[in-house]
Design a protein around this ligand. Structure first.
Ligand code: NDP
Length: 246
C-alpha cells in the first residue's frame, strides 16, 4: 500500500529558496504539513502565506542550522503544531568552491559547520522523536560532487560524502525503525552559486548552470518518491542530474 503524502509532517531546512522552497510547495500541494526552517524570515513568511493561500498547511521558524538548539526548536514546533515528525529533510547547505592549495580555511569550516554539523544536528533533533513514535524518515540532500570528484569542490564534496557515510551507518543501526534516504542532485537552477565568493568561479558555474541546470522540481519529485514508498521500502540513494551533465 502506498505511503500517502497527505497529512505527513515534514520538516525541511533551507526552505527559503531553491530546492527546499520547491519541495515545501510540492509536498504541501499534496497535503503534507510542512515545517520550514532557514535564516531569512521574510522569505519563509511569504512562502508560508503562499502555501496557506492555496489551502496548504505550513509553519516556519527562523533557524540557523549551525546552532543545535535551533534544530531542536524547529522539530519541537512540528510536535507542538502537528503532534509528530514523519520526515526530516536536511536540505540547507552552502557551497564555497576553491582549490585546496588556496587554503580557504574559513570557507572549509563554514561548509563543515553547515553541510556536515548542521545536518547532524538535524538528525540529532529528529531521532528522539522517531524513537518515541516508532517510525520516521531522514532525507539528506547530498550532491553529485560527492560521486564524481572534480577540482574546486573537494571540501564541499567531502562534507556531502561525510553525511552519506554517517547516514548509511544510521540506516543499518535503525533496524527498520526509520528510513534513511540520500538524494544527490547535479546542476540545479537555484541561488546556490550566488554565494560562491570568487567572481570568475561564480561566473563560470552560473554560466554552466544556465546552460544545463534542471529545475528544483526534479529534486522535489524525488523527495515525494522516497516518502511515498510503502513503509517497508527504504529508498537509499537517488542521483538526479541533467541528462547532459558530465
Ligand atoms: P539555495 O542557495 O537556493 O538554498 C540553500 C538554502 O540553505 C537556503 O534556503 C538557505 O537559507 C539555507 N541555508 C544556508 N545556510 C543556512 C544556515 N546556516 N541555516 C539555515 N539555513 C541555511 O541552494 P539549493 O536549493 O541549490 O541548495 C539546497 C541543497 O542542495 C544544498 O544542500 C546544496 O548543497 C544541495 N545541492 C544543490 C545543487 C545545485 O546545483 N543547486 C547541486 C547539488 C546539491 P537562508 O539563507 O535563508 O538561511
Amino acid at each position: 500500500m502506498e505511503n500517502e503524502i497527505k497529512d505527513k509532517v515534514v520538516v525541511i531546512t533551507g526552505a527559503s529558496s531553491g530546492i527546499g522552497e520547491t519541495t515545501a510547495i510540492t509536498l504541501a500541494a499534496q497535503g503534507a504539513k510542512v515545517v520550514l526552517g532557514a535564516r531569512r524570515k521574510e522569505r519563509l513568511e511569504s512562502l508560508v502565506n503562499r502555501i496557506k493561500q492555496t489551502g496548504g498547511q505550513a509553519v516556519y521558524l527562523v533557524t540557523d542550522i549551525k546552532k543545535r538548539t535551533d534544530l531542536i526548536k524547529l522539530v519541537d514546533l512540528a510536535c507542538e503544531v502537528y503532534s509528530r515528525v514523519d520526515v526530516m529533510v536536511n536540505n540547507a547547505g552552502i557551497s564555497h568552491l576553491s582549490r585546496i592549495d588556496e587554503v580557504q580555511v574559513e570557507d572549509w569550516e563554514e561548509m563543515i559547520d553547515v553541510n556536515l554539523k548542521g545536518t547532524l544536528y538535524g538528525i540529532a533533533a529528529a531521532l528522539p522523536i522517531f524513537k518515541r513514535q516508532g517510525s520516521g524518515h531522514i532525507i539528506n540532500i547530498l550532491s553529485t560532487s560527492g560521486i564524481k570528484i572534480v577540482p574546486l569542490q573537494g571540501v564541499y564534496a567531502g562534507t556531502k560524502n561525510a553525511v552519506r557515510t554517517i547516514a548509511e551507518a544510521l540506516r543499518q543501526e535503525s533496524g527498520g525503525l526509520y528510513r534513511v534516504t540520500g538524494i544527490s542532485p547535479g546542476f540545479v537552477n537555484t541561488e546556490l552559486a550566488e554565494h560562491i565568493k570568487d567572481e570568475a568561479t561564480r561566473a563560470a558555474i552560473k554560466e554552466k548552470a544556465a546552460t544545463i541546470a534542471i529545475t528544483p522540481n526534479a529534486i522535489a519529485n524525488a523527495v515525494i518518491f522516497a516518502i511515498s514508498q510503502p513503509a517497508n521500502v527504504d529508498i537509499g540513494d537517488i542521483v538526479i542530474r541533467p541528462s547532459i551533465q558530465d
